[in-house]
Structure formats: C-alpha cells, structure tokens
Design a protein around this ligand. Structure first.
Ligand code: NDP
Ligand code: 2IT
Length: 449
C-alpha cells in the first residue's frame, strides 16, 4: 500500500490535499484488499485515484470597470461506476486541480454511502465571488457554464453548489444551460423551488449532519438536548446545522468566516439565526457585524499565521467544523480533548488535518468523517434528481423523512463495516470501507474500462 501512495504522490505532485484524502482511504481499506484478491488484481484503488476525465477551461468575463478578466474553470469527473458524476461546484481563489481531485475522490465514497445511484465529481473555479456585484457574478456564471454545458447532462454529470456557489449561482448557470441546450432538464441540483428544485435541499447538509450526530449520541444513550455546540463557518452548512441543533434542544454558540469568529455564550437562537441568514445570504456581509447587533457576543479576528484556531478552544460538548478543509489542526484537536468535547461531526469536507483526526479518534471522541456526516446534501440532490425524472414534487415532510432514513442507513453502514474489520466504533474506517466496497464491486462488474 505504501507503494501505491508513493506512486500517487509522484503522479500528482504539489497536491497535498489529494495526497491526504488518498492516504486516509488507502490505510483504511488495506485489510479489505488483504482479504480480497480481486480488488488487488483489478487494481481498483489505483483506478479510483485516477479521474476518469478532467476538464480545464478558460473563463473570460468583464468586470464593472470594463476590464477583461481571465479565470480558470474545471470539472473533475472522478468515477461513474454506480451512476452519473455528481458533486458540487466551488468558487474560491484557492481552487486548483489538487483541491478538486480530493473533493471528487471523497465525493465518490460519499455518494456510494447514500445508497443512491450517484457517481463522483467536483468542479469549480479560482473566481473569487467576494465583493463582486450581482452583474459580475451573473456574467461569470454564464460564461463558466457556457463551457461546462458541453460536458454535463442529467444522465451524464449533475453539478450542484459548494463554497461560493448557492441558489443565486445555480440559477444563473441553469439559465445558461437551458438557453444553449434548448432543453429543460435537471442538469444541476439546488435549483429554486418552483423551477425544478426540491424542498429541503437548502437545509439538507446541515440537517443531515445533526441527524448523524444524533445517531452517534444514541449509541451512548445520549441526545442533542442541552448540548453546547461549537460551529465554524456561516454559510449554507453552518446555518442549517445551527437550525437543527436549536430544533433538537441544543445550544449553538459560535459562527465564523475567513476573517474571524463570533462566540455568543448565551447561544444563537432562531432570531439571531435569521440575522445571520440575512447577513450572509443577502447582504453578503462579514460575521463581525453580529457583535455590533448583539453586543454580548465576542468577535475575535483570525490570524492567518496563528498555530491554532481559538474557535476550537471554546468550552462545549460537540464541535461541528462547517467551513473548509484543514481548518482544525492537532493543537485545536488537543484543545477539544482537554475541554471535554465528546463529539466531532464534520460538516465541511476534510476539515480535520490527518493529525487532528488521529488525536480525536485515539482519545475516544465520537467522530464522523465528512463523507458520511455531510452526505445529506448530495443525498437530497439525488432526491431532487428523482423528482425531476418523474416530474412530480414531494412535500418537505416527505423529503425530510427520506433524508433522516438515509442518514440512519449511512450511520449503520459505517458501524457495520468498521465492526466487520475489527475497528468497532471507528466511523472513519467504516465509511471508507463501506463506500469502497460498493464502488469497487461495480467497477469489477463493468470490466476494465
Ligand atoms: P458557503 O460558501 O455557503 O460557506 C462557506 C463558509 O465557510 C463561509 O462562511 C466562509 O467564510 C467560510 N470559510 C471559507 N473558508 C474559510 C476559512 N479558510 N476559514 C474560515 N472560514 C472559512 O459554503 P458551504 O456552507 O456550502 O460549504 C462549507 C463546507 O461544507 C465546504 O467544505 C463544503 O465542501 C462542504 N459541503 C457543502 C455541501 C453543500 O450542500 N453546500 C454539502 C457537503 C459538504 P467567507 O465568507 O469568509 O469565505
Ligand atoms: O460536497 C458535497 O457533497 C456537495 N457540495 C454537494 C454535492 C451535491 O451534488 O449536492
């Protein structure tokens, strides 16, 4: 297995996030490969780590000062063994192929865990939406999707949102696709209610995360009731995690963005959450403004060179990192352990460094990897696709019921796979093994292609 990792590093130089995601999976599935010669013979892990297709393209657009801008757009079509490529689009200046390959690789496992027929993919651009006018965002989205349109389709590849891409951006991309293709199909998910979207898709990732945490707590005869929860991020996932924590009787006390974080010891209630939603989704402001509105809350600026992130040194019971990859390192993990935190549920993709994950797991905290606990978003995207295919739309209650059932199944699959390989209670190993087996068997059935 160390040969495989060395090969991956050699073939994908300068892509540390991809190496990190690959290493975790390679280590987890080693006992499965040891036991099953067919997976070794068919070089399944090597094939899974090579994207089926990668598209890179130029996106040109004009800003409000009449200056021509050039960005890079990408789509990584990682694995289509169990269904059309499926995964979000990220607009953030840090986007480069290494980030998208790690995300598309993790997405392949996540989508398999949902039990739905969805392959894995991810796309995005180094475009920075921060501070851009609505016209600039629309123009960028249109030109980005004018190119991506050629490579996607409702039975081929179905993108959705991720960091920097929400309902507004999905709308502009859908509009361009419809114009070019002259067809009204569910080529993207996360669409508006009323033009093909599913009720509950907006809420699904955050809600699913907290449902998963509830399932983990139930294994210890515990619940979310009365739990003080640290949440990072303030976007789609963080907002709806906070909403569900409140509904289940917990007390969320923090939010963050890339500039800093808020600690509200009294707890974030539904009115304060409404303020956050308006601030981030419509006014597109910074979390600092929360402390101006609610002066009892404390705002702390994040220092980019700091060795740890003080948001993870707040006293609490549960931690939900919902911002971005590697936002919680080994010092932060040790702080969580020292402060008696009992549960770490990943809302973001790979928010813990490998060292942080090791500390959390070896200290016996309940820990769920993003590919399991944030799968509610893509699962509900799958439910949106089903509704688009049949042309009929379900109530919020119906979709929520399906989401809860899917999260429960994922929780169970992780536990069973971990147990089967002698790692009882290790959701990280369980998620990797369960996701791997499903995709690997489909790849073998379909031959060397
Ligand atoms: P949003 O764009 O809605 O929000 C992202 C949030 O994270 C913003 O508050 C942003 O702050 C903050 N953030 C980004 N980078 C940093 C940083 N370096 N430090 C601190 N805060 C930061 O994205 P989502 O909520 O959709 O995505 C959050 C995470 O969840 C990502 O890892 C994504 O891949 C994952 N995810 C999303 C799903 C979805 O359905 N949307 C599904 C599954 C996973 P700022 O405004 O300063 O950039
Ligand atoms: O990381 C993810 O799972 C997402 N950004 C959502 C993907 C989707 O297709 O809904």
């Amino acid at each position: 297995m160390s040969d495989i990792l060395a090969l991956i590093k050699e073939r994908n130089p300068g892509e540390p996030e991809f190496h990190q995601a690959a290493e975790e999976v390679i280590e987890s599935v080693k006992p499965v490969l040891d036991k099953n010669e067919k997976y070794r013979k068919h070089k399944i892990i090597e094939r899974m780590l090579e994207p089926e297709r990668m598209i890179s393209f130029r996106v040109t657009w004009i800003n409000d000062n009449d200056e021509v801008q050039v960005n890079r757009g990408y789509r990584v079509q990682m694995n289509s063994a169990i269904g059309p490529y499926k995964g979000g689009i990220r607009f953030h200046p840090s986007v480069y192929p290494g980030i998208l390959k790690f995300l598309a690789f993790e997405q392949t496992f996540k989508n398999a865990l949902t039990g739905l027929p969805l392959g894995g993919g991810k796309g995005g651009s180094d475009f920075n939406p921060k501070g851009k006018s609505n016209r600039e965002v629309m123009h960028f989205c249109q030109n980005f999707f004018a190119e991506l349109s050629r490579h996607v389709g409702n039975r081929t590849d179905v993108p959705a949102g991720d960091i920097g891409v929400g309902g507004r951006e999905i709308g502009y991309m859908f509009g361009m696709h419809k114009k070019i293709s002259n067809e009204y199909t569910g080529v993207l998910t996360g669409k508006g209610i009323g033009w093909g979207g599913s009720l509950m898709r907006t809420e699904a990732t955050g809600y699913g995360l907290v449902y998963f945490a509830q399932n983990m707590l139930e294994t210890k005869n515990d619940s979310m009731e009365g739990k003080t929860c640290l949440v990072s991020g303030s976007g789609n996932v963080a907002q709806h995690a906070i909403e569900k924590i409140i509904q289940l009787g917990g007390k969320p006390v923090s939010i963050s963005d890339s500039s800093g974080f808020i600690y509200d010891e009294e707890g974030i209630d539904t009115d304060k959450l409404a303020f956050i939603k308006d601030l981030k989704n419509y006014r597109r402001g910074r979390v600092k403004e929360y402390a101006d509105k609610y002066p009892q809350a404390v705002y702390t600026e994040t220092k980019s060179a700091a060795s740890s992130n003080p948001i993870w040194d707040i006293k609490g019971d549960c931690a939900f990192p919902c911002a971005t990859q590697n936002e919680l390192n080994e010092i932060d993990a040790q702080n969580l352990v020292n402060n008696g935190v009992k549960l770490v549920g990943e809302g973001a993709n790979m928010p813990l460094t490998a060292e942080a994950m090791h500390i959390v797991v070896s200290n016996g905290l309940l820990y769920s990897p993003g590919k399991a606990s944030n799968a509610g978003g893509v699962a509900t995207s799958g439910i949106e696709m089903m509704q688009n295919y049949i042309g009929n739309y379900w109530t919020a209650e119906e979709v929520d019921k399906r989401l809860q059932a899917i999260m429960k199944n994922i929780h169970q699959s992780c536990l069973e796979a971990a147990e089967q390989y002698g790692q009882a209670g290790n959701y990280m190993v369980g998620a990797n093994i369960a996701g791997f087996a499903k995709v690997a068997d489909a790849m073998i059935d379909q031959g060397i292609v």
